[in-house]
Write a protein that binds this ligand. Structure first.
Ligand code: C2E
Ligand code: MG
Ligand code: MG
Ligand code: MG
Length: 280
């Protein structure tokens, strides 16, 4: 009896696993077509000066308008894209799309940003010819290298640290800003801050979440900011949702920039224009 139950349970889990695998496979198949079917879209989240809330820049964030599942956030498909290698195509799509958007905004007299940030997987940076192709796209749309910032997650930096750093150094010597994204939640040590050639550090919103109730969290953020500044990084704080959180960060450093729901969630290009680019 027990044995039968056991094997039933096994086949139950097995078929559950199978279902999950099939669903993932299906999603991957659909993602493969998402670019050509124009289902991908970029949302933009403002990055503002903490002192006066003035607009500095914005970050482009991917959304997938899935034919049956609605608008999907990156957490539902980015890992799949990385595993399947589709992340390269998606990355190029995003770079080209942002350049085109900047060029459109310029033509309409609406470009009042210092730069637009794009998230790029570290593996893609390491591909042969990345830099050449990157600047070809920028040239094509008349975008200056200082108008793009590339964000690379701390987590994806860890393998092939040296190779990535070489590309980062080249990009920055051409005037492209590069940011370490989600700093603090990966496994890298603080000594990386000294070794890496990035110019911007983005502190992950995990640290901000409990900053009001947790003095140790506050101490951590303050220390990261202090060390990062010592190594000449510009700092962007992610995930500020309340005035109280903002005040605490502002007291640590009045010159910092932040992005967060307090200012605005990521919005479509149209909404960004209406709310942030038309007013000046
Ligand atoms: P990220 O680069 O760290 O982007 C910030 C994320 O935090 C965004 O989530 C944004 O919506 C969210 N966020 C910003 N402010 C707040 C806040 O105040 N509260 C809360 N709860 N969340 C906030 P999103 O858009 O879901 O993107 C998640 C991640 O997916 C990004 O994290 C980035 O690592 C990745 N991603 C997004 N677009 C791309 C892309 O085009 N390429 C690649 N490779 N990765 C991307
Ligand atoms: Mg980012
Ligand atoms: Mg981030
Ligand atoms: Mg983050």
């Amino acid at each position: 009896q027990a044995k039968r139950e056991g094997s039933n349970r096994f086949s139950y889990y097995n078929s559950k696993l199978d279902q999950k695998r099939k669903a993932l496979f299906q999603l991957q198949h659909e993602l493969n077509q998402a670019i050509s079917r124009e289902e991908l879209q970029l949302y933009y989240q403002p990055i503002v000066n903490i002192e006066d809330n003035s607009l500095r820049a914005c970050e482009a964030l991917l959304r997938w308008n899935h034919p049956t599942q609605g608008r999907l956030a990156p957490s539902t498909f980015i890992d799949l894209a990385i595993e399947s290698g589709l992340i390269d195509d998606i990355g190029w799509w995003a770079i080209e799309h942002v350049c085109k958007q900047i060029s459109d905004w310029k033509q309409q007299g609406k470009y009042h940003l210092k730069y637009v940030s794009i998230n790029i997987n570290a593996k893609q940076l390491q591909r042969y010819g990345f830099i050449d192709r990157f600047f070809e796209v920028l040239d094509l749309y008349g975008v200056k290298s200082s108008e793009i910032k590339l964000e690379i997650t701390e987590r994806s930096l860890i393998d092939n640290f040296k190779q990535t750093n070489t590309v980062i150094r080249q990009l920055q010597s051409h005037g492209v800003r590069c940011a370490i994204d989600d700093f603090g939640i990966g496994y890298s040590s603080l000594s990386y801050l000294q070794k890496l050639s990035f110019s911007v550090l983005k502190i992950d919103r995990e640290f901000i979440k409990d900053i009001l109730i947790n003095p140790e969290e506050r101490f951590l953020v303050e220390s990261i900011i202090k060390i990062a500044k010592r190594f000449h990084y510009r700092i962007v704080v992610e995930g500020i949702e309340t005035e109280e959180q903002k005040r605490i960060i502002q007291e640590m450093d009045p010159k910092i920039s932040y992005q967060g729901y307090l200012c605005s969630p990521p919005v479509s290009a149209e909404i960004l224009e209406q709310k942030f680019l038309n007013v000046l």
